[in-house]
Design a binder for this molecule. Structure first.
Ligand code: G6P
Length: 367
């Protein structure tokens, strides 16, 4: 079928705006909102027997894997290793028989991810594909498949595939936690309640994008942009920096906020915007103190937080972007949205080819 942009100027924007619907549709396949339980589709192995998880992917899908590491370790208390597919396949890491290896790929055709899958299958791993294209090679060659219902993603820079990957991974973390006995019924219900709210909260973020539009022209003038975050905010910072690079061609880097002192602080002056992902969670104070350090050196901070987090901040930041208050577990699903929107509006301000950035391919099927 022919896919149009609807009322949107670019596929990327259309796909950003589809997120409440596709996250909701993906959740519906696993979450029972009345019972507040998660049930995964059939998998040909027992989650209760999984004592170690490895997640392998490229690009944006790799950042989804990084978020999942925090989630699975927290909820299921199972150690998780994440790998970039192109590193994993040439490292020949020792693999214990019967481990779970998850391959995340929007297209299901990325050459390095497929090669990593074949290596893991040949070495006794339970291979689980998390794909947006169920008839793809990665889905066909895996033992089990979890599907993101993002619909076709046309924009080269991934948006809705990322947040639907996160949606499935959050459910997987719950299911694994339950199966392993690390998560009780009440804790499952609490996460389910937070997840069920995500589509509406994402819609809230999309409804008012004025603060993001307002800062985009000034970011468009920057040569370098720094993104900082802690916990699951760190992979969101990485994804934000990747989005900006991909569509606006501005050099952007992300750091775990705790690493600020170990290098990037040397870059701070008033010409480098610093985007800080800082929901009100147990790491808030730590990140807020990093903001203070940046501001004290003349840095221009764009602070992404909720009402509470913004009110509590004493440092003088250049701009704030307010997000809804949500349970900290689901925060990465929400904070992904403004970093996508920012990259989009900066790219539009710069006049780049948003949907088809130079040198990039939607799917990298050769090494
Ligand atoms: C390319 C795309 C990215 C994507 C990456 C991994 O680089 O431009 O948007 O994240 O490949 O693709 P996959 O289909 O495996 O998720």
């Amino acid at each position: 079928a022919l896919i149009g942009k609807g009322q949107h100027r670019h596929f990327m924007l259309k796909e950003i705006f589809e997120q409440p619907e596709v996250i909701g549709g993906t959740l519906k396949t696993m979450l029972n909102p009345a019972e507040r339980t998660i049930t995964l589709p059939y998998l040909p192995f027992d989650l209760a027997g999984i004592g170690r998880v490895r997640i392998i992917a490229c690009g944006t899908s790799y950042y989804a894997a990084m978020v999942a590491k925090y989630w699975i370790e927290q909820l299921a208390r199972v150690p998780v290793e994440v790998d970039i597919a192109s590193e994993f396949r040439y490292r020949s890491p020792p693999l214990e028989q019967g481990g779970l290896a998850i391959f995340i790929s929007q297209s299901g055709e990325t050459a390095d991810t497929l090669a990593a899958l074949r290596h893991c299958r040949a070495n006794g791993q339970h291979c689980l594909a998390l794909v947006n294209v169920p008839e793809s090679t990665i889905a066909r060659e895996a033992d089990g498949v979890l599907e993101t219902l993002a619909g076709p993603e046309i924009g080269v820079a991934s948006t809705k595939a990322f947040t639907t990957q996160l949606t499935v991974l959050a459910c997987l973390a719950v299911a694994l936690g339950r199966a392993r006995g690390a998560l009780d019924r009440a804790a499952e219900a609490e996460v389910c309640r937070a997840l069920a709210e995500v589509p509406s909260r994402v819609a809230d973020v999309l409804r008012d994008d004025s603060a993001i539009r307002a800062i985009a022209p000034s970011i468009a003038e920057a040569r370098d942009v720094l993104y900082l975050g802690r916990g699951t905010g760190y992979p969101i910072a990485l994804e934000g920096a990747l989005k900006l690079k991909e569509v606006s061609y501005i050099h952007a880097e992300a750091y775990a906020a705790g690493e600020l002192k170990h290098g990037p602080i040397a870059l701070i002056d008033d010409s480098v915007p610093v985007i800080v992902i800082c929901p009100s969670d147990h790491l808030y104070d730590k990140t807020a103190s990093n903001v203070q350090e940046v501001v004290a050196r003349g840095g221009r901070v764009i602070f992404l937080s909720d009402r509470h987090g913004i009110a509590r901040l004493s440092a003088k930041v250049a701009a704030t972007i307010e997000l809804p208050e949500v349970a900290s577990f689901v925060a990465p699903l929400l904070y992904a949205i403004p970093v996508q929107m920012l990259a989009y509006h900066v790219a539009v301000a710069k006049g780049t080819d948003v949907d088809q950035p130079r040198n990039l391919a939607k799917s990298v099927t050769v090494e």
